[in-house]
Structures are given as C-alpha cells and as structure tokens.
Design a protein around this ligand. Structure first.
Ligand code: GTP
Ligand code: MG
Length: 143
C-alpha cells in the first residue's frame, strides 16, 4: 500500500491512475480514499496543519508515502521538515514534468526542504515518463 500526499492539484490522483494504467480522468479528491493498493489524500490535508495528525495516522496503513510536488508550481506549500511527521519512509515525486515551465531542479530543492532525501522520481502522468522507474522502485520496496 502506498499513500500519496502533496498540495492541491499537484497530480496525486492522476499519478495513481497512471501507475494503475487506468485512463480515467482525475476528479478533485475531497476525502481520504483507499483503493487499488493506494491511499489518495486531498491536497488540503497537506496544506492545513489541523489535518496533519489525520495524515500521520493514515500513513500507518501504508508502507511508503509518496510526497508529490508539481514541477510547474514554484510556490512552497509544504513546511520545512514536513516529511519527519510520517511514521513511514517518504519518497519525493516531481510531477507534470511534461508541462510548459516545469522546473525539476527547483522542485527537488523544495522536496529537500520538506525533509525528503534522494532518490527523487520525476514523472508525467500524461506522457508516462518516469513511471517505469517509480514502479520498479516500489516493487523493490515490496509495496
Ligand atoms: N501536464 C500535466 N498535467 C497533469 C499531470 N498530472 C496531473 N495533471 C493535471 O493537474 C490537475 C490536477 O491533477 P489531480 O491529479 O487532480 O491533482 P491532485 O493532487 O489529486 O489534487 P487534489 O485532489 O485537489 O489534492 C489536473 O488538471 C490534471 O490533468 C501531468 O503529469 N502533466
Ligand atoms: Mg486528487
């Protein structure tokens, strides 16, 4: 089981669909949702401190947490050291690398500031770039 966290619109739900090779379009996530080996969370939970304990408790159901950041969004929306509150390993994922204005290096820096260590995975849910590497990593972790 994996859990995805990250700001509103970062591409968490789209990434779950892409990893499951499911072509349906992502709808806004409005509650924590368990399905097909993954836990999807609303972006608001990563942006509002009052939801942090809910995220941390829910993460106990997962083996790995994927911290998702949009490569086209330069705003820093996760607090420094955010990753440390999770009781599971946190893996950084940079999404939307296909999109105009995507800045992978700056986004990795933001993940580092949130307390996440390498390796980072840079992916596009739309083109499929990077998904094989991420899948291989997760299989290696027996997720
Ligand atoms: N270009 C591009 N757009 C993407 C990609 N992944 C997601 N998007 C777009 O980004 C928007 C938000 O995607 P979602 O998957 O709903 O984002 P989310 O993180 O689940 O958002 P919340 O449910 O609000 O937390 C949608 O319009 C997607 O089509 C990607 O890899 N490339
Ligand atoms: Mg969503």
């Amino acid at each position: 089981m994996i859990m995805l966290v990250g700001p509103v619109g970062a591409g968490k739900t789209s990434l779950i669909h892409a990893l499951n090779q499911d072509s349906c379009k992502a709808e806004k996530t409005s509650s924590i949702c368990f399905s097909d080996g993954s836990i999807d969370t609303p972006g608001e939970y990563a942006q509002m401190p009052r939801f942090y304990s809910a995220l941390a408790v829910t993460a106990t159901n997962a083996k790995v947490v994927l911290m998702v950041q949009d490569a086209t969004d330069p705003r820093i929306t996760l607090p420094p050291g955010f990753a440390a509150m999770f009781p599971r390993p946190v893996v950084g994922v940079v999404t939307k690398i296909d999109a105009p204005g995507a800045d992978q290096e700056h986004t990795k820096l933001r993940l580092r500031q949130a307390g996440i260590k390498e390796p980072f995975f840079c992916v596009s849910a739309h083109t499929g770039t990077g998904l094989a590497e991420l899948t291989e990593y997760l299989i290696g972790k027996e997720v």
